[in-house]
Design a protein around this ligand. Structure first.
Ligand code: AG3
Length: 281
């Protein structure tokens, strides 16, 4: 590695790099190697098993795209499940929606929640309230999302998977079996969204996940968004259960959110994909 830099290597030697001032924290948790760096220009950087999870400056480019398109396409999202997302950024965006009565976050790695709370400014206050059990509209469960979804009696309007990539430990979250239990635990009308990796560098994984979702959900949409810190464009997959049109969003509710990256008035621009990808899907 290069002195004074953190580099994430993608397949075929494609790298995403940040100049860093120093490493603030490093630990081997029960699940993965976690590191936090102070970057020169993008605030703190959270790394899991050598992959960039977020940089503070620009993390909204990911969290807004993951959360608001589905929340604004659903007519009345009240009960939300977040799987992963231990840094709190996804839940923070979910709770900006006044319709939400209860959001549950199931994160497998307590170490991610703790380190994010201690070192990052992504969702410090929210994580503190969650850890203390003081957040009225949200609950944190430390556990395996696959097992949780299989066993829960709860039903959800929106399920959001904010996991690591569709390669390695999170692989199960991209299986047909997992999609089936998600479909089952959605209300009669519901939306499922997952991040699905780099469009150019994980194209095969994106296509595999899309095909598996097609077997389970009533309709499946793909979209892409440029994310600061990842090899962009980044892909997202949306599974629809029942009568919801994901090509339309509620612009009245959107106004109250004052978004920075995702533009609900240009929702249709999300669906841009390189032509070769669309032809493979
Ligand atoms: N979750 C998505 C991480 C994917 C990044 N992949 C990569 N850099 N190869 C991030 C957690 C943010 N809440």
């Amino acid at each position: 590695e290069m002195e004074g830099a953190f580099i994430e290597w993608y397949p075929r030697g494609y790298g995403v790099a940040f100049k860093v001032k120093r490493r603030l924290f490093a630990i081997q948790t029960d699940y993965q190697r976690l590191e936090i760096y102070e970057t020169e220009g993008f605030g703190k950087l959270l790394v899991l098993d050598d992959t960039v999870q977020l940089v503070e400056v620009g993390e909204e480019s990911y969290h807004e795209a993951l959360v608001h398109p589905v929340m604004l396409a659903h007519p009345n999202p009240r009960r939300i499940l977040v799987i992963g997302g231990g840094d709190g950024g996804t839940l923070r965006e979910v709770l900006r929606h006044e319709t939400v009565e209860k959001a549950t976050m199931v994160e497998i790695d307590e170490g991610v929640v703790e380190a994010s709370y201690l070192y990052l400014d992504v969702a410090k206050d929210l994580l503190e309230r969650l850890i203390k059990g003081e957040e009225k509209r949200a609950e944190l469960i430390i556990g395996d999302g696959v097992k949780y979804l299989r066993e829960t009696d709860e039903r959800f309007d929106v399920i959001i998977v904010d996991s690591t990539d569709p390669v390695g430990p999170a692989k199960l979250l991209f299986s047909e079996e997992f999609y089936r239990s998600a479909y089952e635990k959605l209300n009669e009308r519901g939306l499922y969204i997952t991040q699905a990796g780099s469009v150019y560098l994980f194209t095969n994984e994106l296509i595999d996940a899309y095909r598996a979702m097609k077997k389970v959900f009533d309709r499946v949409y793909y979209f892409s968004f440029p994310v600061i810190g990842y090899a962009s464009p980044w892909s997202f997959l949306v599974g629809v259960k029942g009568d919801i049109d994901f090509t339309k969003v509620d612009l009245e509710r959107a106004k109250k959110l004052d978004l920075y990256y995702y533009d609900p008035e240009r929702h249709e621009t999300l669906f841009q994909m390189p032509r070769y990808v669309r032809q493979l899907l």
